[in-house]
Write a protein that binds this ligand. Structure first.
Ligand code: GLC
Length: 434
């Protein structure tokens, strides 16, 4: 019978992305970027029709940040000197946990969804004079932009299924709802992806920002090419080595063969990959003496739980032990078993960060092959913010590929990028500058 140690070594090899592989993936990614411009390959390369800000953008703007089950409405003031202030904000869920409503399901119409969102704008602006009627809308799904103000939803991602939105022009749906709720004085002037919003926020603060990325529940990246920001929809990248566990996860997913990179790196899936690995070791009787039925429940490990496992650097791994006991009712765990859970979590998260780093290098190969200039990469999202070692692992990969010059790549956490970027975009397109 194989021992746990040997099996873990095998897994380590399968999830390892050595320096040469990072380089190969980067090269392939950059080729796919080119193919995507011609409508080929896995990258959509969607033009945004938005140019970068100067940092002098000024004024108050209403914002919608719609990219997941929580929608955030905001009133954001731009100071014109690279400063901003979130003056008002509120957040609502599109899926009530008590089951009273679910605006993400196929039983809901586009009208119901947008009426609900617009009602929240009404609440936010009800008892104050906002001094603005310009609205920036961050809509974090793949869209074909007609221009900076109008965009057609290509397909829902992230398990959204609301009827009557796919294939429709989203700003028209929003305007119709503003009309119905008697808020027609509010003018949606721009619609953009969350990666674009993150890049715009980063660029508002630092003119060397050329890449914006979301490493959260979903994953995607946007970059500046020539005068325009391009939404890569990199979560759909599929030319990188995958393991048997990626295959299992993909086959059981809502949309098999879509969003393969996202399924390997994002918060929605890392826990599931780890669960599948642990499950196979339990089945092989290498863990928990083959007994842990609860581990068979799909998607039962969340990204915050993965963060908790990785964070435990104590000598007895007490947090991991408590977690396993409460979660799976498994008692009497050996240190070896606990440590293997941590090792598995680390290998999956480490691979995620290195794959993402490879795609960033792929973009740099396109925009600055010799890495002659400074480039700021603005990133937001829970994986980046909360997963231990995520940033350090990305930086380490940069250092391996560019041992002499990796300092030229600066990674910055862009807080509230999705909302602030909507205000910056609204200012850019309506030329509200000092
Ligand atoms: C999904 C969406 C993409 C978005 C990303 C992060 O990948 O398709 O548009 O940017 O999630 O929210």
């Amino acid at each position: 019978m194989r021992v746990l140690r040997e099996r873990l070594e095998e897994l380590e090899r399968a999830f390892d992305v050595p320096g040469e592989t990072v380089c190969e993936i980067a090269k392939t990614f950059s080729e796919e970027m080119l193919a995507g411009r011609w409508g080929q390959g896995s990258l959509k390369m969607l033009p945004t029709f938005i140019t970068p800000p100067t940092g002098k953008e000024l004024g108050d703007f209403l914002t919608i940040d719609f990219g997941g089950t929580n929608v955030r409405i905001g009133l954001i003031g731009l100071g014109g000197d690279g400063c901003y202030k979130i003056k008002r904000t509120c957040s609502v869920t599109l899926r009530d946990s008590a089951g009273n409503y679910d605006y993400t399901s196929e039983n809901t119409t586009a009208e119901e969804l947008f009426d609900f969102i617009v009602l929240q704008i009404g609440h936010l602006t009800k008892d104050c004079r906002t001094g603005t009627n310009l609205l920036g809308h961050t809509f974090s799904f793949p869209t074909q932009q007609i221009n900076s103000a109008r965009a057609i939803l290509l397909n829902w991602t992230k398990e959204f299924k609301t009827g009557g939105v796919e294939g429709k022009e989203v700003t028209a749906l929003l305007e119709a709802a503003l009309d119905r709720i008697s808020l027609q004085h509010i003018k949606p002037v721009v619609i953009l992806n969350d990666t674009t919003a993150t890049l715009l926020t980063a660029a508002y603060l630092d003119s060397d920002a050329h890449i914006g990325s979301i490493c959260g529940t979903g994953h995607n990246t946007c970059y500046l090419e020539g005068p325009m920001l391009i939404n890569i929809e990199s979560g759909n990248f599929n030319k990188f080595p995958i393991t048997v566990f990626d295959r299992l996860l993909n086959e059981a997913s809502e949309k098999p063969d879509h969003q393969l990179l996202e399924k390997a790196v994002s918060g929605r899936y890392v826990g599931e990959l780890i669960r599948l690995i642990i499950g196979s070791l339990v089945e092989e009787k290498l863990l928990f003496r083959g007994r842990a039925a609860a581990i068979e429940v799909a998607h039962s490990i969340s990204a915050p739980e993965v963060a908790l496992i990785i964070k435990d650097e104590s000598t007895d791994l007490s947090s991991v032990a408590n977690w396993v006991k409460t979660k799976w009712a498994v008692q009497e765990l050996s240190f070896k078993e606990l440590n293997s859970l941590r090792q598995i979590s680390l290998m999956v998260v480490r691979r995620a960060a290195r794959l993402i780093a490879a795609t960033f290098i792929g973009i740099l190969l396109r925009i600055d092959p010799g890495l002659k200039s400074r480039h700021v990469i603005g990133i937001d999202g829970s994986m980046f913010e909360k997963m231990p070692f995520f940033l350090a692992t990305i930086l380490q990969a940069f250092h391996e590929v560019y041992p002499e010059k990796s300092d030229a790549i600066v990674v910055k956490h862009i807080n509230d990028g999705s909302s602030v970027g909507a205000a910056v975009a609204a200012a850019v397109v309506s030329q509200r500058v000092i």
